[in-house]
Design a protein around this ligand. Structure first.
Ligand SMILES: [Zn+2]
Ligand SMILES: [Zn+2]
Length: 169
């Protein structure tokens, strides 16, 4: 059984973009979609001095506040985590992820980073192959990596799926 993903997006995200991302996620991963809902960022996670949202606080609030696993939250605000100037997204494996479109201009980049974060949700780590799961510390590196998974990551996903199925028996 493949998991069902819940997709959240904030009001400033264009719904057409959400649909496009969802379409590509379904192609890359064997995913069902549970639902697609609006969700706004909590102002309490905004850091005035940095003019950015604390991505980790946002993610934790969602994990603690909603009794769901496998969610992707698409936001249009700039995110940071302690120790980093900014992040394109962040994830907690087997729970969920946030992806920020703030620094991503093209549809291709938005799709690519969403596929990357979704890989983390499904349990993938960073990859050194030519692969969408490559770690990118800046926009140049993010542009260079491909939109697809390498064979190693694909094989790893298959293994993880088998384990999840076994645990259900
Ligand atoms: Zn990553
Ligand atoms: Zn890979």
């Amino acid at each position: 059984m493949s998991p069902n993903l819940t997709v959240f997006y904030d009001s400033s995200i264009n719904y057409d973009e959400v649909e496009e991302v969802v379409k590509e996620l379904k192609i890359t991963y064997e995913l069902g979609i549970q639902s697609i809902k609006k969700r706004e960022l909590e102002i309490i996670t905004f850091n005035k001095a940095r003019n950015q949202y604390d991505g980790q606080k946002l993610l934790n609030k969602l994990i603690d506040g909603e009794n769901i696993t496998y969610f992707l939250w698409i936001v249009n605000e700039d995110l940071y985590v302690p120790g980093r100037n900014f992040v394109f997204g962040l994830a907690t494996q087997f729970y969920g992820a946030i992806v920020s479109f703030f620094r991503l201009e093209s549809a291709n980049m938005k799709i690519k980073e969403s596929i990357h974060e979704c890989g983390h949700i499904l349990g993938l780590g960073h990859c050194k192959e030519v692969c969408v799961m490559q770690y990118s510390k800046n926009l140049e590196e993010a542009i260079l990596k491909p939109t697809y998974l390498c064979w190693k990551c694909k094989a790893m996903l298959k293994e993880k799926e088998k384990k999840i199925d076994k645990n259900k028996d």
